[in-house]
Design a protein around this ligand. Structure first.
Ligand code: FES
Ligand SMILES: [Fe+2]
Length: 369
């Protein structure tokens, strides 16, 4: 098993206390945090294997027989809605020879692995395996899918790979009140489309991009930066160890709309990888997951407010897609910079980028525990 101490020696990293002190002084995490395979493995073990992560909106598993596939870090997961009404989660890996049980969402009374046909109940129990009656000691009742934890926060379904995880409320209790206050609630909103992005960068670069808006006036000057006021006097950001908040007014308005009646843009990011956003027209919820040290994947479920002008909704959805593609391009290029080996760490502007400090502090603390 990899230890932080071994990584420190191999890559010449300072002690955790020294890294935290450098973060306080405005440095980023050292460059090897963004490419070292050992850091990737440590993150899987110390962060993603024991964190609550957004899986899907409740509508994806609304009825008995519904199932939804997702990932928590690199772990493939399937969430099922049983005949008893229970949501359950399992590692999406067949107990026969480890093929995925399902590759996309669906609705079935039983889950059949497409490789050799082993068939499981929605409770994860193996029911039948073709030709198993020809085996003298094969007992289906002793085999079931590996469980993970599943819980809801309002209409959002979360998973935690740890089957004995602390309740989701241990993470959300402190933020639910704040979320209600800023109305990060998509309950009335209607699902429109899922956007997915494959990045050629470490997941932290993409997450760090998501939690600061210093880049919005430049990188997103014709997308997000055109749609919302992003200068520091209008755009509020706030953070603690697990959550980062953004709030800003809408700038670009459809003709005839009075801005005084709008609530503006609200965004929340929960460590390590889940995010929620909402404005008066659309909202979204998604997650970013590491694939390898230098690759990650993000999905974003887009919702529209019922009754919103379809022309405005389309404009907003396109704006978000353009914004996220701009982010992907930037973070892919950052990866090349981090790989260069010539710049040991970046330098933050703490007035504008304080959420990065909080995110990096939480990450380095988790890896050193
Ligand atoms: S791997 Fe699933 S049935 Fe063979
Ligand atoms: Fe961005």
């Amino acid at each position: 098993m990899v230890q932080m101490e071994d990584v420190r020696t191999k890559y010449g990293l300072p002690s955790t206390d020294e890294m935290l002190a450098r973060l306080d002084a405005g440095e980023t995490l050292p460059a090897p945090f963004y490419y070292a395979p050992e850091i990737h493995r440590l993150e899987q073990e110390k962060i993603f294997a024991k964190s609550w992560q957004y899986a899907c909106h409740e509508s994806a598993v609304a009825k008995p027989g519904d199932y939804a596939v997702t990932r928590a870090g690199s772990l493939p997961i399937i969430v099922t809605h049983g005949k008893d009404g229970q949501l359950r989660g399992f590692v999406n890996v067949c107990r026969h020879r480890l093929h995925a049980i399902a590759e996309e969402n669906g609705n079935k009374p039983l889950l059949q692995c497409p490789y050799h046909g082993w068939t499981y109940g929605l409770d994860g129990q193996l029911k039948t395996a073709p030709r198993s009656q020809r085996e003298p000691n094969f007992d289906c009742s002793t085999i079931s899918l590996e469980p993970v934890s599943v819980e809801r926060w309002d209409q959002w379904v979360f998973v935690n790979p740890d089957p004995a995880a602390a309740p989701l409320s241990s993470v959300t209790a402190g933020i639910q009140e704040r979320a209600a206050e800023i109305n990060t609630d998509l309950r009335e909103y209607e699902f429109q489309v899922r956007y997915e992005y494959d990045m050629e960068c470490n997941w932290k670069l993409w997450a760090e991009n998501a939690v600061e808006c210093y880049h919005c006036p430049t990188l997103h000057n014709t997308s997000f930066g055109r749609t919302y006021h992003t200068n520091p006097d209008d755009y509020a950001i706030d953070s603690d160890a697990n959550t980062i908040w953004h709030q800003g007014p809408i700038k670009w308005l459809p003709s005839g709309v009075d801005p005084a009646g709008l609530k503006g843009f609200r965004f929340a990011f929960t460590f390590p990888s889940s995010f929620f956003a909402l404005d008066d027209y659309v909202g979204f919820v998604g997650s970013v997951q590491p694939v390898s040290p230098e690759k990650c994947w993000a999905f974003v479920d887009m919702y529209a407010k019922p009754g919103a002008d379809p022309v405005v909704v389309k404009e907003w959805l396109d704006m978000w897609d353009r914004t996220l593609i701009e982010d992907k391009r930037a973070t892919d290029i950052q990866q090349i910079g981090y790989n260069s080996g010539r710049v040991p760490a970046g330098r933050l502007l703490l007035d504008s980028e304080s959420p990065l400090q909080s995110f990096m502090r939480t990450a380095v603390t988790a890896l050193s525990s």
